[in-house]
Write a protein that binds this ligand. Structure first.
Ligand SMILES: Cc1cc2nc3c(=O)[nH]c(=O)nc-3n(C[C@H](O)[C@H](O)[C@H](O)COP(=O)(O)OP(=O)(O)OC[C@H]3O[C@@H](n4cnc5c(N)ncnc54)[C@H](O)[C@@H]3O)c2cc1C
Length: 135
């Protein structure tokens, strides 16, 4: 009922729920400690929503056809190059994105999921970023 009534809020809430589970199960402990309190909070001033940049023009239902490339920079940091096609909550402070770490491996096996470091004021430019949003 809620989804039918207000899809504009429902989508970001669903992605935030997915983000919470992703962080809870797979993030480093330091990131869990830092981020989960901002999801499991009743204080709207502290609340972070989540966003997922998965879909590309080449890969909607067939996410294994995705082409955005991940290039290793240093340690656990990668640069993602390419175009994502759809995001319901693009200004979210918490963002994950799918990108291809193994160009030689086709399908979903060559994809990895990346965490864009959390930024509570996403609208402010981050240093060393070159991403643009088309609305
Ligand atoms: C409201 C909304 C919010 C979204 N939010 C996000 C978001 O936040 N982040 C994000 O990454 N993406 C988002 N998406 C994109 C969404 O993930 C894609 O639209 C979805 O994966 C389908 O891909 P597509 O649109 O390219 O359609 P296609 O994959 O091109 O499918 C087109 C049609 O073909 C059918 N079809 C496809 N493959 C097959 C098959 N093998 N057999 C039979 N039929 C098939 C489909 O059922 C569909 O009817 C959102 C989409 C919508 C509508």
């Amino acid at each position: 009922m809620y989804a039918a009534a207000e899809s504009g809020i429902y989508c970001p809430l669903c992605m935030t729920d997915g983000m919470a589970q992703l962080i809870d199960r797979h993030a480093w402990q330091s990131d869990r400690d830092r981020l989960l309190p901002h999801i499991y909070t009743n204080d709207p001033t502290q609340f972070y929503t989540g966003a997922m940049f998965l879909t590309e023009k080449s890969g909607g239902s067939d996410v294994g056809a995705n082409e955005v490339q991940a290039t290793h920079l240093y340690d656990d940091y990668y640069a993602l190059n390419g175009e994502k096609w759809f995001c319901s909550n693009a200004d979210a402070p918490l963002i994950v994105a799918l990108a291809r770490t193994r160009p030689d491996v086709s399908g979903t096996a060559g994809l990895s999921i990346f965490f864009d470091r959390a930024h509570p004021t996403r609208r402010q430019p981050k240093p060393n970023r070159s991403d643009t949003l088309e609305r």
